[in-house]
Write a protein that binds this ligand. Structure first.
Ligand code: BGP
Length: 460
C-alpha cells in the first residue's frame, strides 16, 4: 500500500478559458483565444473554439457536486482577466464578480482547498493590441488586475498563483507559433519572459503590501532534461537545456535572481531585455511562498552536432537539440513521452537545490483520443489513466519518504476540457463531457480517485 502524509491534498486543476465557456456573455471581452478563433478557426481541432468549452459558467453548482463525488480536497482554476476587467480603462465587471464569488463560495461550502491562478495563457485582446507581455504597460495592468482579485476574492481563496507555466506563453507566442500572435522573434521572447517574471514578483509585492495572509506562488512546468549519453557534449547540452527550460523561471521565482550562466548566454547573443535596477530589486525581494509543479513529460537532449551560421537567428537549439530516444514509452495521442520517475527527480532537485520549498503537483495527466471505445456498461473504463496516476504517485511517495516537501497532487483535469489548438481531441478528465448534450459522467478514474483520497493512498 502506498500511503501519503496526513493532510496530503488530492484534486485537480483547470483554467478559466478551458472550462468556463460563456466567452462572449455577461460583459466578458475577447481574449487572444476568442480573437484568434474568429480570425483563423482552421487552426483549431475540428473547428471547435473557446466560446462554449465545458460551460462551467452555467453548470458550476452541479459541477461542484462532482468535485465532491470524485474525492477532491483541493481544486485549482484561474480567473478570466478579460471577464473581470473587460476594458483597458480597468473597470471591474460586476457580473464577473458575482459569478466568481458564487462559484468559489460553492467550492468552499464543500470544504475544498481552493487555489486561484491569475494568468493561464488568456491575455485580454486589448492588452495584446499593445504588445502583451512585451510591453511594460501590461505589467502595470496586470498588477492592478491582481490587486482587484485580492480585494474581491481573498476571503474565499486558500492560496494564489501568479502564473501558470509562463515559459509556455513565451515559447508559443514568440518561438513556435502555437499561441497568438504566433511570431518567431527571439528578442520579443526574452522581453516577454522578463516582463512576465517582473509581473509575477510585482503581484507578490502588491499582495504583501495589502498584508495578504495566504500563500502566493507560481506554477511552473518542470521538464527535467536528460542527456543522451555521458559524453561531455551531451552533458553540457542537458545543462544548458535546464537553464532555459527550468532555471529561467524557477531561479528568479524561488531565489530572486537569474542564473549567471543563462544571463551570459543571452548577453552573448546580444538579446538582453530592457530592464531597470528597480525591476531586478522587485524580483529579488518578492520570491514565492510555495511552488506549483506541472509535470507531463521529460526532455531528452543531445549536443547540436551542426555548425551554426554566425548570422542565423538565435534559438536555444544552438546549444542543445531534442533527442528522439529509441524505445521510449509514449502517449501516442498527445505525442508525449511517459516517464513517471521524472517526478521523483524533480522532487529531489527542489529538495536539494531550491531550499526544499513547499510545493505540490498542480498538473499531471494523460490525454487520450476517442475514449468512447473504452465505454462499458455506460462508463468509460480508463484503466490506462489510473495506471498513469499510480505510477506517478509511486515515485512521488518515494520522494516524500526521502524528505521532499510536497503537499499534494492535482491531476489535469476534472471534467474533459478544451485544450487550446487541440480543442477536444484528447480527453483528460476524471469526468466525461458529452460534447453534444453537455452531460457529465464520472469515469472509472473518477471513482478510483475518490478511493485514493478516502484511503490517503492506494494498493500498488
Ligand atoms: C498544460 C496546460 C494546460 C493543459 C495541459 C494539457 O501545459 O497548463 O492548460 O492544456 O497542459 O495539454 P494539452 O491541452 O495541450 O494537451
Amino acid at each position: 500500500m502506498i500511503k501519503f502524509p496526513q493532510g496530503f491534498l488530492y484534486g485537480s486543476a483547470t483554467s478559466a478559458a478551458q472550462s468556463e465557456g460563456a466567452a462572449s456573455l455577461d460583459g466578458k471581452s475577447e481574449s487572444t483565444w476568442d480573437f484568434w478563433y474568429k480570425e483563423d478557426p482552421y487552426k483549431f481541432h475540428n473547428l471547435i473554439g473557446p466560446e462554449k468549452t465545458t460551460d462551467i459558467y452555467h453548470n458550476y453548482e452541479k459541477d461542484v457536486e462532482l468535485l465532491e463525488k470524485t474525492g477532491h480536497s483541493v481544486f485549482r482554476t484561474s480567473i478570466g482577466w478579460s471577464r473581470l476587467i473587460p476594458d483597458i480603462d480597468g473597470g471591474v465587471n460586476p457580473k464577473a464578480v458575482k459569478f466568481y464569488r458564487d462559484y468559489f463560495s460553492k467550492i468552499k461550502e464543500k470544504n475544498i482547498t481552493l487555489y486561484i491562478n491569475l494568468f493561464h495563457f488568456d491575455m485580454p485582446m486589448y492588452l495584446m493590441d499593445i504588445g502583451g507581455w512585451t510591453n511594460k504597460e501590461t505589467v502595470k495592468a496586470y498588477v492592478s488586475y491582481a490587486k482587484k482579485c485580492f480585494e474581491l476574492f481573498d476571503d474565499l481563496v486558500d492560496g494564489w498563483f501568479t502564473f501558470n507555466e509562463p515559459i509556455v506563453h513565451v515559447q508559443c507566442q514568440y518561438m513556435s507559433g502555437h499561441h497568438y500572435p504566433a511570431e518567431v522573434n527571439p528578442q520579443k521572447a526574452i522581453q516577454c519572459a522578463f516582463y512576465t517574471q517582473l509581473a509575477s514578483a510585482s503581484a507578490i509585492k502588491a499582495y504583501k503590501v495589502m498584508d495578504g495572509k495566504k500563500k502566493i506562488g507560481i506554477i511552473l512546468n518542470l521538464t527535467p532534461s536528460y542527456p543522451r549519453s555521458d559524453n561531455d557534449g551531451d552533458l553540457k547540452a542537458a545543462e544548458i537545456s535546464e537553464l532555459f527550460n527550468t532555471a529561467s523561471f524557477l531561479d528568479p521565482s524561488v531565489k530572486g535572481y537569474y542564473p549567471k550562466e543563462l544571463v551570459d548566454i543571452i548577453a552573448n547573443e546580444d538579446l538582453l531585455p530592457e530592464y531597470t535596477d528597480q525591476d531586478l530589486q522587485i524580483i529579488k525581494e518578492n520570491t514565492i511562498d510555495f511552488l506549483g509543479v506541472n509535470y507531463y513529460q521529460p526532455l531528452r537532449v543531445m549536443e547540436n552536432p551542426y555548425l551554426y551560421k554566425d548570422d542565423a537567428m538565435f534559438s536555444p537549439g544552438k546549444y542543445y537539440m531534442g533527442y528522439d530516444m529509441p524505445g521510449k514509452r509514449m502517449n501516442p495521442y498527445r505525442g508525449w513521452e511517459i516517464y513517471p520517475k521524472a517526478l521523483y527527480d524533480i522532487a529531489i532537485n527542489i529538495r536539494d537545490n531550491y531550499g526544499n520549498i513547499e510545493w505540490l503537483v498542480t498538473e499531471n495527466g494523460m490525454g487520450v483520443e476517442d475514449e468512447e471505445r473504452f465505454r462499458k456498461d455506460g462508463q468509460i473504463q480508463d484503466d490506462y489513466r489510473i495506471e498513469f496516476f499510480k505510477e506517478h504517485l509511486y515515485w512521488l511517495s518515494k520522494a516524500i519518504e526521502e524528505g521532499a516537501n510536497c503537499k499534494g497532487y492535482q491531476v489535469w483535469t476534472f471534467i474533459d476540457c478544451w485544450s487550446w489548438l487541440n480543442a477536444y481531441k484528447n480527453r483528460y478528465g476524471l469526468v466525461e463531457l458529452d460534447l453534444k448534450t453537455g452531460e457529465r459522467r464520472i469515469k472509472k478514474s473518477g471513482e478510483w480517485f475518490y478511493e485514493l483520497r478516502k484511503n490517503n493512498g492506494f494498493e500498488l
